[in-house]
Design a protein around this ligand. Sequence first.
Ligand code: 13P
Ligand code: SF4
Length: 375
Amino acid sequence: MSSVTIQPQSYDYPAQNAAGITCTAQAWANVPPPLQATEKAAIVSRIKQLLKEKDAALVAHYYVDGDIQDLALETGGYVADSLEMARFGKNHSAKNLIVAGVRFMGETAKILSPEKRVFMPDLDATCSLDLGCDAKDFAKFRALHPDRVVVVYANTSAAVKAQADWMVTSSCALAIVHQLKLDGKKILWAPDRHLGRYIQEQTGADMLLWNGACIVHDEFRAVELELLKASHPHAMVLVHPESPQAVVDLADVVGSTSAMIKAVVDGTATEYIVATDKGILHRMRQLAPNKKLIEAPTAGNSATCKSCAHCPWMAMNGLQGILNCLETSSGEIFVAEPIRLKALTCIERMLDFTKNHPDLLAKAQHGFVKNIGAA
Ligand code: 13P
Ligand code: SF4
């Protein structure tokens, strides 16, 4: 009989006690100020020159500033979801990688490519899922359930990955957990409770869930989304699975950032309601200029702003930070070798699975698409 059990609140992101950069207000205070056009052009041109001179590639997540995404693409780098960022960094021949995203993305790149130097525009750019899953607490949780296969989301520290059997991202979690269930395995899942619940519902696997959440996706509100849907009855609703169940239940497509972009590009609908970080709209607009994109609401009618779905730590990535990496070698990522070696196993297992089973991945992606025919 399948089950889903959630751990006590004590493992939540400690927002009440957050200090320094782990506090979102501090993160916002550290977001680089907008640049004047001439200053921006000068920095972009210098970065382009240094990327070549220093044999460096820029890889960016869909949530970072649009100028950084454009620069990555213009310079032969990459803009992607967390699965493809990891694969790109590993396969690229450059000696140096600049990772624009959050800390776990830089760590994953370093774990996969110890021979490369990996830099980040701001090493303090973190993630509430990573912060809410302390490696020592996680070890205690794991020790209580030695009979379970340990599956962790990419949004965790290297020290947590070092304790896992599998790492997954939202692109491949469904396919991998489905396979583990077919193999008769019981699963210990961390840290995102919403993604874990969704995967459990879709696969019927026996999963014990850590009680973490993404502070951005956790804010989407079903009641507001329903009102928005009512005023846009033909819009297709795209939801990232880090969102609460009531929001996921209203979706036409539930998927990773890349699956959401694909849904906009391939969909025949003219309007799309997008429930994920608003940074993604930049790439969606470029790839599907004729589609109308509407941000899913995080607040009610009396609020001054309808949606504040933007990750403060992703927002800390700036062009000046990238230039600093190239000019002064600032923001270098280091992972202690014993941790790196342990964490490598679960990441390589995921990369091998996704490479060797494109059929299972596509089938599971299809599971994410609840109602694509209505598009
Ligand atoms: P993706 O793997 O879908 O890119 O998601 C990463 C993330 O941090 C979402 O909040
Ligand atoms: Fe983490 Fe959420 Fe930010 Fe993604 S959007 S990096 S899950 S806090």
